[in-house]
Ligand binder design. Sequence first.
Ligand code: AMP
Length: 509
Amino acid sequence: MGNYLFDLVKARIPAPEAPFALLDDGRRYSYADMLDASARSANALVTLGVKPGDRVAVQVEKSIEALMLYLGTVRAGAIFLPLNSAYTPAEIEYFLGDAGPSVFVCDPAKAEALKPYAEKAGAKLETLGVSVGTLFDKAAAASPDFADVERGADDLAAILYTSGTTGRSKGAMLSHDNLASNALALVDYWRFTKDDVLLHALPIFHTHGLFVATNVVLFAGASMILLPKFDPEQVFKYLPQATSMMGVPTFYVRLLQDARLTKEATAHMRLFVSGSAPLLAETHREWRERTGHAILERYGMTETNMNTSNPYEGERVAGTVGFPLPGVAARVTDPETGKVLGRDEIGMIEVKGPNVFKGYWRNPEKTAAEFRADGFFITGDLGKIDPAGYVHIVGRGKDLIITGGYNVYPKEVETEIDEMPGVVESAVFGCAHPDFGEGVTAVVVVKPGADITAASISRALDQRLAKFKLPKQVFIVDDLPRNTMGKVQKNLLRETYRDIYARQMKAGE
Ligand code: AMP
């Protein structure tokens, strides 16, 4: 049978000496080095007692060693479980308890604090940093030969916990074929070849950096410049050697603020991809003006890998996430009844295909609740499909505001605000309102020195939106709260402004 995912990787290696990764400390990894180091990791895991189907939980900083641990885990037939490096020990306790890993690998600096939690969960604690740590030593001493453990298309390769902005994080179970089918589709759709060099500045505990970026490189037999994190200095240093970059919208916003971003600086690039959070149409336009490149926006999630993408050839329409990828079906339904809606009608986005996960780890009820009887996964994102077939996202279902019985899609109000001169960006959300159920509330970031106030924003909106959609309160803020993937954390905004309408009523305003 072989090892489904890793056999596909091996079959695509252009040549043993072909480059796989260039590191900022000058080290170079060829594909032969990748095979050697991942085999050593696999041997080290097996020596620790890891068996097929075991979880290997990992909370480490980004490094080539961590990527080799991912591949070694897959080769050993185990399940890779990366955890956000920002999680606190108390949060880690939950993940270890839920996942029951046989090994937990952490940063050497955190071992002391995390030891009790590993012990409590019955996991062996190992450490891994850049070329240091107990697991690094074990891998270095292990054999570079490894007979890959047999795994089929439906066996699990990874569990990734969702970011958990609505309640506890859930472990999304991803099979070998979930990852392989998506990598193959993306290589083809985005025209990756062995000559590509990807600038890799994303974290590797998330689907974007771990699967989209890394697996696309592996499945194309391409190479990457592996940066420890996003840093504009590093990006400008390496752009002349790269052909492609994948980023979250914040990367593009930050790079636009830098005078070094020019057509010349990006002349060697053929593709900029954005995803994980909405890219402002303004950012798309500015990027095109400054560099001549149209950012290609795609849409995916932990549970489904990538679902849709703007085309490589053909129009990349700003504010849309493009078409369903080959093999992926997408539809929009009425969130209440599940009835399939027509073009341009807003509803729940549902997807089906080989990319869609196998369910939530040890949570059959939640899994059943999020799939339709015909196998479509209910993404939780609201959106529409326009007459040309482009998918538009208008926000998470949980962000929908119901005010006085009317539905307000935050994106519609945000788009109006964002188009006003002097506005950088905005976030619109609902807060409890004694009369209306929820009150539409907006926070707005404005350009320094811009002649714009909360009152002038409200006045301008009055001309453009139906009365029920108008924010009852507008606040000017310095910036929006974002998580590491650049997503605006509306849950934090709702929390911050929770009582505003109740207080207002009390004060008799
Ligand atoms: P995660 O599971 O952390 O990858 O988050 C997935 C969620 O991010 C999706 O359900 C969407 O709400 C959001 N998302 C991902 N890509 C995009 C995009 N291009 N535009 C808007 N939202 C996006």
